[in-house]
Ligand binder design. Structure first.
Ligand code: SPV
Ligand code: MG
Length: 290
């Protein structure tokens, strides 16, 4: 089944999709083994992987290269975080073709101006696009996609920008009018109140996507109870988990003057071999190397 179709089928079957952030093929493989329904090709995680802020500094080519590498090593559908769409509606037309061909099943486009400022940073400058201009970008994405299974998800940053619930609802409605399949609503409050209130007030036809990074108390059962949330994205979990693992191990190696202690607490190299599918390579060697 094509990946975009499989994302729609999974959503119909499971009700609420659990999507884990991936910043590399290895993190994608680990998410697949853990049982997630799909992957989030996160802009934040890839920027952090490069040691950069999530401020439109990476190119579309860099993001696409990683997405292709991820798509090559897992069967999970990929939801691509394309930030503001790399420019105006014309840039969006180009991006949709590229992301669809690269193997994405869905894109999320956010209603901020380019270059964007990362959403969760305290005191971040958050500028929103005019509603009509963002509608044009959504319409361009819908008109461009090669298959109607490819999801176009409109993300409103109205709550992030401090514009309040009414503006978030108005924008979400306008984006559905423009053809968006789903609405992602984000918040940087450290409790789920804004998102739960938005969800209760939302009467639009499109289901909601949430990214409970700042408000992890909004877990899957609580999200399901809201009734209109169909996708949960764990947006920065992968890079934070990886970074703490390395941070602790590296500090211990320096403190201990060697890896003699840390060695037993990090993944055995045999487990890395398994993730690299060394068995398949050995079998191919036996079969083909003469
Ligand atoms: C990302 O993971 O890139 C996101 C989520 O867009 S957040 O960083 O919380 O804005
Ligand atoms: Mg992002």
């Amino acid at each position: 089944m094509p990946p975009a179709k499989s994302l729609r089928v999974r959503m119909a079957e499971n009700g609420l999709l659990q999507i884990m952030a991936a910043h590399s093929p290895l993190s994608a493989i680990l998410a697949e083994e853990a049982g997630f329904d799909g992957l989030w090709a996160s802009g934040f995680e890839l920027a952090a992987l490069y040691g950069l802020a999530d401020m439109s500094l990476l190119s579309m080519t860099q993001h696409l290269d990683m997405l292709r590498a991820i798509a090559g090593r897992t069967r999970l559908p990929i939801v691509a975080d394309i930030d503001t769409g790399y420019g105006n509606a014309i840039n969006v037309i180009h991006a949709i073709g590229e992301y669809e061909r690269a193997g994405a099943s869905a894109v999320v486009i956010e209603d901020k101006t380019f270059p964007k400022v990362t959403s969760l940073v305290a005191g971040g400058r958050q500028e929103l696009l005019r509603v009509e201009e963002f509608q044009g970008k959504i319409e361009a994405a819908i008109a461009t996609r090669a298959t109607p299974d490819f999801l176009v998800i409109a993300r409103t940053e109205a709550l992030i920008a401090g514009r309040g619930e009414q503006e978030a609802l108005d924008r979400a409605r306008a984006y559905v009018e423009a053809g968006a399949d789903m609405i992602l609503v984000h918040s940087k409050k450290n409790d789920p109140s804004e998102i739960e209130s938005f969800s209760r007030a939302w009467t639009g036809s499109a289901p909601l996507v949430i990214v409970p990074n700042a408000y992890p108390d909004l877990d899957a059962s609580r999200a399901k109870a809201l009734g209109n949330v169909r996708m949960m994205i764990y947006g920065n979990c992968g890079i934070r988990a990886a970074a703490i693992g390395m941070q602790e191990a590296f500090r211990r190696v320096m403190a201990d003057g060697g890896a003699q202690n840390v060695h037993k607490d990090i993944l055995p190299v045999e487990e890395i071999f398994r993730l690299q599918r060394m068995e398949e390579i050995k079998a191919a060697e036996t079969r083909f190397l003469r």
